[in-house]
Design a protein around this ligand. Structure first.
Ligand SMILES: C[S@@+](CC[C@H](N)C(=O)[O-])C[C@H]1O[C@@H](n2cnc3c(N)ncnc32)[C@H](O)[C@@H]1O
Length: 709
C-alpha cells in the first residue's frame, strides 16, 4: 500500500501551490522518523555549527605574582627563571560565544591537544535559564551602585537566547549540547544546571542528544533562603542539576559521602570502649552482625542535596557575580564524575566557580564566557586561587586567556539561516548598508564610496566602521592599514562596539611606524536611539589611555602607574536632569565620570561625581617585564598539504608577571610594582589595566636597563 493516498497527495500539492504551511499530521506521514516522543520547537533543524576560528592567546599567567627574588618552585611543573611553566597542559579561559568556541574546539587544532590529555571527562554548565538575568551588572562605587548596561554583543546574545522565549532558548542550548556531546570523552559525563523555568525542556533535549538510556540523575539542590507567606503556592526553593553520561559502557563515578545526620546518629549505641555501634543483619552470610560507625565512610550522597547553602552576601568565596554558584556544589560534581588530572569544562563559566574548584582539586580546565566582566572576574579569581595554593605549598597550573581570532561576516545579526544562499547574501548587504548609514549619521560623517575598508569621512579623517555583532579584530585593522598604504591615507577613525582583547596598542604603533594615525572609538548603544541621534547626543568615546613611569634600581626595574583615563559614557547628565522625578536619583556615566544626579522634593537638582580620582576606575593592573619574549603562535590549516601549521602572528603574548587588584575584602590598589631583576639592555615592558567594567587596555614602553643606560 502506498504511504500516501491519492487524496493526501492531491491535498499536499494544493497546500504547496497555495504557499500555505502543511497541517501537522503530515509530519508523521511524510518523514521517516522512529522517535515516538520528541520535543519540537519553531525553527528546529539538525544543522550544527562546524566553523573553525583560530584561537589567539592574549595573556598568560604562569605564577600568581612574582615577588622580588622569590621563586618557590612549587608548581606542578618546572619553571624557567621568569616563573614560566615549561611543560604540561595550560588551562584555558576563553572569551567569546560558546557556539563558535565549541565548534572550533571540536573541529580545530586544539582538539588534538585535548585528546592528548585523555579528552574532556566532565562538562558542567549553568546557562542563563532565567529570562530576567541579562548581562547588565551592578558596580559598587563607594556607597552607590552604577548599573552598567549590556554592550551590543551581549545584547545580541541575550536576544538569541530569549528573543522567541522558550523556542530560542531551546534552539540555543540544543546546538551547543550536540557540540558538547561530540567533544566529551567516551567515559565522560555532563551536568546541566537549571530550574523550574526550563527543566522540563532540558530533560527532553538531553534525552534526544545523549539518549534516554544515558540519563544519570536529576539532582534537586534545595537551598535555604527567605520565604514569603504571601506566595499562594509552595515557595520554589530548589534548582535542578540534570546529569547524563556519554556512553553506558563505562563512565567515571566516585561515590560521595556526607556526615550522618544527628537523627541517624541517635540510633547508634556506645560500647564500653566508647565506640559507636549498631546491630545489623548480615546481608550475605545471614545472621546478626555488629557494625561500627567509624568503619563506614559516612552517609552516601543521594539525589537530594539540601546541605549546600547558596553563596550568601558575606561568604568569603563571593566575588559579586549575581549568579555565582557555591564552590561546595561544584566540588561534589567534580569529585563524583572526574579524577585528578582529568580535563573539566564549563562553557558558561560566569565568575569561574568550575575553574576555581577544578584547580583546587587538581583537575585541568577549559572555561569560556561571552561577558568581558565574567572573563575578568574569573581571571582575578584564578590568580587568587593560584596565590592561595602557592601559599599552602600546593601545586597549580598556568592558565592562558584566549580570544576567538577571526570572525566571519556570515554570523551577521538577523540573517535568516533558512533562506537560500543568494537571499542570505542580499539580506546581509541590505542590513549592512542600513547599519553603516545609521552609524555615519550618528557620527556626523559623510558617506564615501569606492573603498574596501572605509565607509565615510569626517574632519579630514577617514572613518571605518567595525562589524555589528563581533569585535574589531587585528585582521580588520591590518586590512585598514593595507588600504591606507595603497591609497596614501594617513588619518583614520575606527568605530567599533567591541575591540578584541589585547588589540591595542601594538597594532596602533605598527600603523604609526608606517605614518598612519589610527583613532579607535567605541560606538555607544545610544546609536540605536533615534531621538538621541537626532539631538546629536551620541558620544563616541575613545578607548582608555594609560600613563606609566619606569623606575630603575641598578639592573632592576619597576613600574609606577601615574594616570588612567576612561572616556566611557552611558546616558547623559542633561537627560537625567530633565527626566528624573522629584525625590529620585540616577547614576550616569558621562565623558569618563560617574555622576549621581539627584532631585529633591522641590525639584532642585544636584550632581555628585562618584569617580573622584582616576584610580577609582581601575580594578586591576598587571605588568609584563619583557613583552617581546613570547611570540604568539597560531595553528592554521595548510589546505595544500591538509595539515595544521604553526605560524607567528607578528604579535606577542602578554605574560602576566606581577599584578595588583581590588578584591571584595581588600579595596586597596598598589600603584608601584615590585622591582624586577633583568638582563642589562633595551627591552619593552607592557602594562595592562582593566577598568571596573572588565575592559582592558595596554601600553608598551621601551626602557634601557643596567649600566648602558
Ligand atoms: C548563570 S551564569 C553562570 C554562573 C556560574 N555558574 C558561576 O558560578 O558564576 C551564565 C553565564 O553564561 C554566559 N553566557 C550567556 N550566553 C553565552 C554564550 N552564548 N556564550 C558564552 N557565555 C554565555 C553569561 O555571560 C553568564 O556569565
Amino acid at each position: 500500500m502506498p504511504r500516501l493516498t491519492e487524496k493526501e497527495q492531491q491535498e499536499i500539492i494544493r497546500y504547496i501551490e497555495a504557499d500555505k504551511p502543511l497541517p501537522d499530521e503530515y509530519r508523521f506521514l511524510l518523514f521517516e522518523d522512529k522517535r515516538e516522543v520528541e520535543l519540537v520547537w519553531n525553527g528546529k533543524t539538525n544543522e550544527i555549527c562546524n566553523i573553525v576560528l583560530p584561537f589567539q592567546v592574549i595573556e598568560q599567567v604562569d605564577e600568581p605574582r612574582a615577588e622580588k627574588d622569590t621563586r618557590i618552585q612549587r608548581t606542578l611543573f618546572d619553571l624557567d627563571n621568569r616563573g614560566r611553566q615549561l611543560k604540561g597542559w595550560t588551562n584555558k579561559l576563553i572569551w567569546g560565544d560558546n557556539k563558535l568556541i565549541l565548534s572550533s574546539l571540536k573541529n580545530g587544532p586544539l582538539r588534538e591537544e585535548i585528546e592528548a590529555q585523555g579528552g574532556i571527562k566532565l562538562i558542567y554548565i549553568d546557562p542563563p535559564f532565567d529570562v530576567g538575568a541579562d548581562f547588565s551588572m551592578d558596580i559598587e562605587i563607594g556607597d552607590d551602585t552604577f548599573t552598567k548596561k549590556p554592550n551590543i554583543l551581549e545584547e545580541i546574545a541575550y536576544r538569541d537566547t530569549w528573543g522567541n522565549g522558550a523556542d530560542s532558548f531551546i534552539a540555543m542550548i540544543y546546538e551547543r549540547l550536540v557540540l558538547m556531546r561530540d567533544l566529551l570523552a567516551e567515559e565522560g559525563s555532563i551536568y546541566v544546571h537549571c530550574d523550574w523555568r526550563v527543566n522540563h525542556h532540558m530533560r527532553q533535549v538531553l534525552d534526544e542528544v545523549f539518549g534516554r538510556e544515558n540519563f544519570l540523575n536529576e539532582v534537586i539542590w534545595g537551598y535555604f533562603s527567605f520565604k514569603r507567606k504571601t506566595a499562594k503556592k509552595f515557595p520554589q526553593k530548589h534548582d535542578d542539576i540534570i546529569s547524563y553520561r556519554k556512553s553506558k559502557h563505562s563512565f567515571i563515578w566516585n561515590t560521595q559521602f556526607k556526615p550522618h545526620s544527628n537523627e541517624y546518629l541517635k540510633r547508634w549505641k556506645t560500647d564500653n570502649n566508647g565506640r559507636r555501634y549498631r546491630d545489623d543483619v548480615n546481608p550475605t552470610a545471614g545472621g546478626a552482625r555488629i557494625i561500627y560507625l567509624d568503619e563506614i565512610e559516612g552517609d552516601i550522597v543521594d539525589s537530594v542535596w539540601d546541605d549546600i547553602p547558596p553563596v550568601n552576601p558575606q561568604a568569603i568565596e563571593r566575588v559579586n557575580f549575581p549568579t555565582q554558584k557555591p564552590e561546595a556544589l561544584l566540588e561534589r560534581v567534580i569529585k563524583a564524575s572526574s579524577n585528578e588530572g582529568d580535563l573539566v569544562v564549563d562553557v558558561f563559566c560566569g565568575s569561574g566557580t568550575t575553574a576555581a574548584v577544578a584547580e583546587k582539586l587538581g583537575r585541568k580546565w577549559i572555561v569560556t564566557d561571552l561577558g568581558k566582566f565574567a572573563i575578568h572576574t574569573t581571571r582575578k579569581r584564578m590568580i587568587g586561587v593560584q596565590r592561595q595554593l602557592k601559599a599552602e605549598g600546593k601545586g597549580y597550573r598556568a592558565f592562558e586567556i584566549l580570544n576567538l581570532g577571526k570572525y566571519e561576516r556570515q554570523h551577521y545579526i538577523g540573517i535568516n539561516p533558512n533562506l537560500r544562499e543568494a537571499e542570505q547574501q542580499k539580506q546581509l548587504e541590505e542590513k549592512e548598508a542600513a547599519f553603516v548609514d545609521l552609524i555615519l549619521r550618528a557620527y556626523r560623517a559623510e558617506k564615501v564610496d569606492g573603498f574596501t575598508t572605509f565607509h565615510g569621512k569626517r574632519a579630514g579623517r577617514m572613518v571605518s566602521i567595525g562589524p555589528i555583532n563581533m569585535p574589531v579584530t587585528r585582521l580588520f585593522v591590518e586590512e585598514i592599514i593595507l588600504e591606507c598604504r595603497k591609497k596614501h591615507i594617513s588619518r583614520v577613525d575606527i568605530l567599533g562596539f567591541e575591540f578584541e582583547m589585547g588589540l591595542f596598542p601594538n597594532v596602533l604603533d605598527e600603523a604609526r611606524s608606517k605614518g598612519i594615525d589610527i583613532a579607535p572609538k567605541y560606538i555607544p548603544a545610544e546609536v540605536f536611539d533615534k531621538r538621541a541621534v537626532e539631538k546629536n547626543q551620541v558620544v563616541f568615546h575613545d578607548v582608555a589611555a594609560i600613563e606609566v613611569k619606569p623606575l630603575f634600581k641598578k639592573s632592576s626595574i619597576a613600574v609606577e602607574l601615574t594616570d588612567f583615563s576612561v572616556f566611557y559614557s552611558q546616558d547623559s547628565v542633561a537627560t537625567a536632569e530633565t527626566t528624573l522625578k522629584n525625590k529620585a536619583s540616577k547614576i550616569v556615566a558621562e565623558h569618563g565620570q560617574i555622576v549621581k544626579v539627584s532631585k529633591d522634593k522641590d525639584g532642585i537638582v544636584s550632581r555628585e561625581v562618584l569617580t573622584k580620582h582616576w584610580t577609582d576606575w581601575i580594578d586591576y593592573w598587571a605588568v609584563d617585564f619583557n613583552f617581546e619574549s613570547k611570540r604568539e603562535i597560531v595553528r592554521v590549516r595548510n589546505e595544500e598539504i591538509g595539515e595544521w601549521e604553526e605560524v607567528w602572528t607578528g604579535d606577542y603574548i602578554f605574560e602576566n608577571e606581577w599584578q595588583s587588584f581590588r578584591t571584595k575584602k581588600d579595596r586597596s590598589l598598589e600603584l608601584k610594582s615590585v622591582y624586577h631583576e633583568c638582563k642589562p639592555g633595551r627591552r619593552k615592558l607592557a602594562v595592562k589595566v582593566v577598568d571596573i567594567f572588565g575592559n582592558d587596555t595596554m601600553t608598551i614602553i621601551e626602557v634601557n636597563v643596567g649600566e648602558n643606560r
